[in-house]
Design a protein around this ligand. Structure first.
Ligand code: NAI
Ligand code: MG
Length: 368
């Protein structure tokens, strides 16, 4: 087997700072576990614009299509705010998502015990929480036609958006969810509003079809999305993998993320169709942006980016035990009370820098 290939795109602002800490983890695997990755590094966002006049070079796009996984830091910043829309840093990210056709957005909500009191919910409700929300990303009401603001022919106006899902769009994201469930705890809960939306009826039928025909061994349940929202804050640990459409997924994944605390802790992945080697097209990235308010100050929390790499280990490289090691090191460091500034509520405690947090994680890895 060739080494897994990884394209690293640090991007702008704190992107390069947090990515430098991921590099330490990658190097640690090479030295201590004899696990090597074929890593290529390139530019995206404002950094690519500065070098090439475009937020993503064609050669970078071609490389992204070839590798087993892309790991992206963050793009954007005030320096680029005045740029023409077509070359804005975000366009680089959108081009990657679109041309790789990344239709399944994975947002874990995982609660590290040491941060359980950071949650807005009671500790016992969130401690040990580990759920995964799979949001359909490329279709649904954000894309459906017709759309627009039109005259209603009665002297007023009407705003229209259309929820539209095809059988194949539903089936492919359902497959992503079932595949994930097989790597986790074999449970999927699908959420829609089949009680009031025809697209929801089709969603429910097609998810059930994929289950019955392709993944009968995975446990499947269905829930109305509004009931799901209630259950998510009432008893979140009842869930493992949740699969839902673009709109409901947008809301549910943001709500679930906040069960567990800081933006600096949240990883994500976007997956597409399986490639020839069976691995899905994949891009991993922290949920946070380029944080221009703290960029260059060594204050950024690198954990979201390091956990994004751990997701790549688990879901692209089939190295779940290595993903466990990384997540275990993060847990250990947090348990020791080591905190970047974003994880410190009150004054008086002294935060560690980005690089010190990375070093602490490497030290914790050293004992695993
Ligand atoms: P942001 O996520 O960059 O920052 C929001 C707040 O969270 C800031 O106070 C920031 O300091 C803090 N924060 C974020 N990540 C952190 C980390 N790892 N450690 C510690 N603190 C952290 O969102 P914002 O300020 O709305 O956007 C800033 C720039 O980033 C904009 O140009 C925006 O377009 C871009 N952006 C890029 C994204 C991406 O690359 N995927 C996503 C969101 C925003
Ligand atoms: Mg959102």
């Amino acid at each position: 087997m060739p080494n897994p290939s990884l394209l690293i795109l640090p991007g702008d602002g704190i992107g390069p700072e947090v990515m430098a800490e991921v590099r330490k983890v990658i190097d640690w695997f090479g030295t201590h576990k004899d696990v090597s990755f074929d890593v290529t590094e390139d530019l995206v966002g404002g950094a690519a614009y500065d070098a090439h006049g475009v937020p993503l070079h064609d050669d970078t796009m071609a490389m992204a299509q070839k590798v087993d996984a892309v790991l992206l830091g963050a793009v954007g910043g005030p320096k680029y705010d005045e740029l023409d829309f077509s070359v804005k840093p975000e366009r680089g990210l959108l081009r990657l998502r679109k041309e790789m056709d990344l239709f399944a957005n994975l947002r874990p909500a995982q609660c590290f015990d040491a941060l359980a009191d950071f949650s807005s919910l009671k500790t016992e409700i969130v401690s040990g929480l580990d759920i995964m929300i799979v949001r359909e990303l490329t279709s649904g009401i954000y894309f459906g036609e017709p759309r627009g603001i039109m005259d209603d022919n009665e002297g007023g106006r009407v705003g229209i958006n259309t929820q539209r899902y095809t059988t194949s769009e539903i089936r492919r994201v359902a497959r992503s969810a079932f595949e994930l469930a097989k790597k986790r705890n074999n449970r999927v809960c699908s959420m829609e509003k089949a009680n009031v939306m025809e697209s929801g009826i089709l969603w429910r039928e097609e998810v059930q079809w994929v289950h019955d025909n392709e993944y009968p061994e995975v446990e499947l349940s269905h829930m109305y999305a509004d009931a799901g929202a209630m259950q998510l804050v009432r008893k979140p640990k009842q869930f493992d993998v949740i699969v839902t459409d673009n709109l409901f997924g947008d809301l549910l994944s943001d709500a679930a993320a906040m069960l567990t605390g800081s933006l600096g802790m949240l990883p994500s992945a976007s997956l597409g169709a399986p490639m020839a080697n069976g691995r899905p097209k994949a891009m991993y990235e922290p949920v946070h942006g380029s944080a221009p308010d703290i960029a260059g100050e060594g204050k950024a929390n690198p954990i979201a980016c390091i956990l994004s790499f751990a997701m790549a280990l688990r879901y692209s490289f089939d190295m779940p035990q290595h993903a466990d090691i990384v997540e275990g090191a993060v847990e250990a460091v947090l348990a020791q009370g080591i905190r970047t500034a974003d994880l410190l509520g009150e004054e008086g405690k002294s935060p560690v820098t980005t690089s010190e947090m990375g070093d602490a994680i490497i030290a914790a890895l050293g004992t695993s």
